[in-house]
Design a protein around this ligand. Structure first.
Ligand SMILES: *Cc1c(COP(=O)(O)O)cnc(C)c1O
Length: 831
């Protein structure tokens, strides 16, 4: 792959780290922050004291980075995202500052375990799942690759909820992640922006310029106050910024406004500010048309775009050249109001004509599509949109009007083209269409997904503007998901391939291939896996009070709970296995622990029923003496980035079993592969490319192809009751959903799941083709179980997965975005 040609000299060791100074400063911090000593401080207070010291290490690099950007007049990408699923910062900051081991030693000298201190930090869970974690990996890779970026998002008071399991059911508990403050953030009140909602638009004649002026009046305003979180690059002194916005009332409620008769106005503005950033919407891949959600979107977009323009104008006078210095990357349609907001600023505040404003806007905005599923597409009702954002709505109308003229010119009298591509249609604002029309780039997130966009979902747009479309297969950062999450394997990789350069050049990990048939290396690789399995077993024992056998196969499905991801297929197959083993206690079967972890959106009934089913099956299977522990089912509570790192390192089998065509990419699949787990999956999303890299003989592929699925869908589905009638094993497991086998005799508990296959109250029967793929899945799982019993063969497969994971670093993804979309230059930072 072609990359930026300027070379970057890595300088990982020369960071001026002094253990004794660090130790003294941590002790001083304890005193000044808490008036405590090492003997009296709590673990949480020690974490705070350490984290403040690490922030101090970061500050000089942060200043140096911003200075270098300014000197070189660097171009920035503004990565606009409603979600940044960052996880914990302490460990990864230390790793990227190249002083993790030194700090671990300092803490040990103080009688502390660095892992215990790291465990004190709450996850920054400002995201749901894959989309938010992608944003986090991207800004880390941008920093490591010396590129200027601002991550722009929202400082939710409550992030992704904490999941508790009570009697097998999910209970959501608010995530008060800022309870003890965030030692890494810095409030920047000097960059406060004002964001306006509601009101009306007045038109005035500007005689001097002989044109109309649009004046927004009667609005309510809030202040957007940014908090900056440093994003440290690996060993290169670069520190970029994640800028998340908090909402504050414009003026403190005061009696003066009461006197002026603005009493209601003042209270309303205060209330508006109070709830905008209260909570992250816990929906993954699902649109829920809530007014507050649109407020959140415009709030952080308006603040970010205003800030970007203000910064540009500090050193530039000609806004026509904005595209040379600024690119707004829209992470899904959530920040699409960027388009009309930038237009508004250029038209109303900068006094530009439409055409010049449009030219600039369309050269600055690029859009990433994350899903083709209808229920995830954002379509705002026009009445809501125009009431909340009256001036923005006028601009959207004009964008739509002009675009439809183009469509009409190109496709005279073809109403179907207007129906599919209009931005305003049947009383709705279609955000994806606006992002495509205004963006200069539209990218999918894996090859198969991009092909489906071009050939099917966005076919008309692709025909009209093919040059915009491109693919950027997702990636993950190996600094978190190998170096930090799996230190044993990381050291072993370095030893085997004779360099640690894989840390910033993951394809070098291919060097492991030379050891694939080496018996000693196989043994070492599996020994490390075993140690990681012990670590996870300990975690499960502590948190779930279940004993798991580290010698069993760890077969793992961790991801958001969603019907298309088919956790239901997995647990139905466990029920099938249970029946087999009850009928034939001597059956050939290698003991397996089936591990699940998943949060369900708070209002997603079917997803919550599935969690209850998994826990109910676990109850029966784990406690049946006939099974003798050979099948275990574990549901890990509160799946999130920090325990994900432990889970990936310990996994043998990676369950990636979405209905083909539904998972745009997946990134969990890549984290498993990197850690030497073998994929059991469908030909969906990035699984296709994983199999291409590792070879079909080193993965277990099953199920319908995306073509087959889409062909059935075009014909209204299929008939699951035929399978139910003709396959006695499937007949049995479905019946067990309603005969009380897994519900202490309760025949209603899983009735709706049963009905979804045979008598759905809405939609198609078995919409996600679970029964259709069941036999193929069962057969693939049998192959897995057999393959594991050949220790050498399994070790080789697992090692080859790690060895061939090089493509899936987010460093590669970022270099492709830079080459094709952002056109950034690398910036050297010296201290
Ligand atoms: C990577 C990751 C995801 C995305 O997983 P998929 O299997 O791709 O859906 C979700 N949640 C967390 C915590 C992750 O780390």
């Amino acid at each position: 792959m072609e990359t930026n040609t300027e070379t970057v000299v890595k300088n990982p060791t020369a960071i001026g780290f002094d253990k004794e100074v660090f130790k003294k400063n941590v002790l001083d911090n304890l005193k000044s922050l808490f008036r405590k000593t090492m003997e009296t401080a709590s673990q949480q207070e020690i974490f705070q004291a350490v984290a403040f010291e690490v922030k101090d290490l970061i500050i000089d690099r942060w200043l140096a980075t911003q200075k270098a950007y300014k000197e070189q007049d660097a171009k920035y990408v503004y990565y606009l995202s409603m979600e940044f699923l960052m996880g914990r910062a302490l460990g990864n900051n230390l790793i990227n500052l190249c002083c993790y081991d030194e700090v671990a030693e300092v803490l040990e000298e103080l009688g502390l375990d660095i892992n215990v201190i790291e465990d004190q930090e709450p996850d920054a869970a400002l995201g749901n799942g894959g989309l938010g974690r992608l944003a986090a990996c991207f800004i880390e890779s941008l920093s490591t690759l010396n590129y200027p970026v601002y991550g722009c998002g929202i400082r939710y008071k409550y992030g992704m909820f904490k999941q508790e399991i009570h009697d097998g059911y999910q209970v959501e508990v608010p995530d008060n992640w800022l309870e003890n403050g965030n030692p890494f953030e810095i409030k920047r009140p000097e960059y406060t922006q004002t964001v306006k909602f509601g009101g009306y638009v007045r038109i005035e004649w500007d005689a001097e310029r002989q044109r109309n002026r649009f004046i927004h009046d009667g609005y309510q305003a809030v202040n957007a106050v940014p908090y900056d979180i440093p994003v440290v690059g690996y060993g290169n002194n670069v520190v970029n910024v994640l800028r998340i916005w908090d909402a504050q009332p414009i003026q403190e409620f005061n009696l003066a406004s009461f006197d002026k008769g603005d009493y209601l106005q003042a209270v309303e503005q205060e209330n508006l500010a109070k709830n905008i950033v209260d909570v992250l919407y816990p929906n993954d891949n699902h649109y829920s048309g809530k007014e507050l959600r649109l407020k959140q979107q415009y709030f952080f977009v308006s603040a970010s775009v205003q800030q970007a323009i203000r910064k540009y104008k500090e050193t530039h006078s000609d806004l026509h050249k904005l595209p040379e210095k600024v690119c707004f990357q829209l992470n899904d349609t959530h920040p699409t109001v960027t388009v009309p907001e930038l237009m508004r600023i250029l038209l109303d505040e900068e006094g530009m004509e439409w055409d010049e404003a449009w030219d600039i806007t369309t050269k600055c905005c690029a859009y990433t599509n994350h899903t083709i599923m209808a229920e995830a597409l954002e379509k705002w009702p026009v009445d809501l949109f125009m009431r909340l954002l009256p001036r923005i709505y006028q601009i959207v109308q004009e964008i739509n009007r002009r675009f439809l003229i183009e469509v009409e010119e190109r496709y005279p009298n073809q109403y179907n083209k207007i129906r599919s591509m209009a931005i305003l249609y049947e009383g709705q604002v279609r955000m994806a269409n606006m992002a495509i029309v205004a963006g200069f780039s539209v990218n999918g997130v894996a090859r198969l997904h991009t092909e489906i966009l071009e050939k099917r979902e966005l076919r008309d747009f692709y025909e009209m503007m093919p040059e915009k479309f491109n693919n950027k297969t997702n990636g993950i950062t190996q600094r978190r998901f190998l170096l930090h999450g799996n230190p044993l394997l990381a050291s072993w990789v370095t030893e085997k391939i004779g360099t640690d350069k894989w840390i910033t050049d993951l394809p070098l990990i291919k060097g492991l291939e030379a050891y694939a048939d080496d018996t000693k290396a196989q043994q070492e690789f599996m020994d490390i896996k075993y140690k990681n399995k012990l670590r996870l077993a300990k975690y499960i024992k502590e948190h779930n009070h279940i004993d798991v056998d580290p010698n069993s196969i760890y077969d793992v499905q961790v991801k958001r709970l969603h019907e298309y991801k088919r956790q239901l297929l997995n647990i139905l197959h466990v029920m099938y296995l249970y029946n087999q083993m009850k009928a034939n206690p001597q059956m050939d079967f290698y003991p397996t622990t089936f591990i699940f972890g998943a949060k369900a959106a708070a209002g997603y009934k079917r997803a919550k029923e599935t969690i209850k089913l998994i826990n109910s099956v676990a109850d029966v299977v784990n406690n049946d003496p006939d099974i003798r522990g050979r099948i275990k089912v574990v549901f890990i509570e509160n799946y999130r980035v920090s325990n994900a790192e432990i889970i990936f390192a310990a996994s043998d089998v990676s369950e990636q079993i979405s209905t083909a065509s539904k998972e745009a990419s997946g990134t969990g699949n890549m984290k498993f592969m990197l850690n030497g787990a073998v994929t059991l999956g469908t030909m969906d999303g990035a699984n296709v490319e994983i199999v291409e890299e590792v070879g079909a003989e080193n993965a277990f592929i099953f199920g319908m192809s995306s073509e087959e699925v889409m062909a059935y869908e075009a014909n209204g589905g299929y008939h699951p009751e035929e399978i139910y009638r003709n396959d006695p094993d499937i007949h049995r497991i479905l019946d067990q959903l309603v005969d009380g086998t897994f519900s202490h005799g309760d025949r209603e508990m899983f009735r709706e799941i049963y009905n979804s296959f045979l008598a759905p109250s809405y939609g198609r029967a078995d919409q996600y083709f679970i029964l259709k793929d069941f036999r193929s899945y069962a057969e693939a799982r049998e192959r897995v179980n057999k393959a594991y019993q050949d220790k050498a063969r399994w070790a080789k497969m697992a090692m080859l997965n790690t060895a061939n994971s090089g493509k899936f670093t987010s460093d590669r993804t970022i270099e492709e975005y830079v080459r094709d979309i952002w056109h950034l230059k690398k910036v050297q930072v010296t201290l």
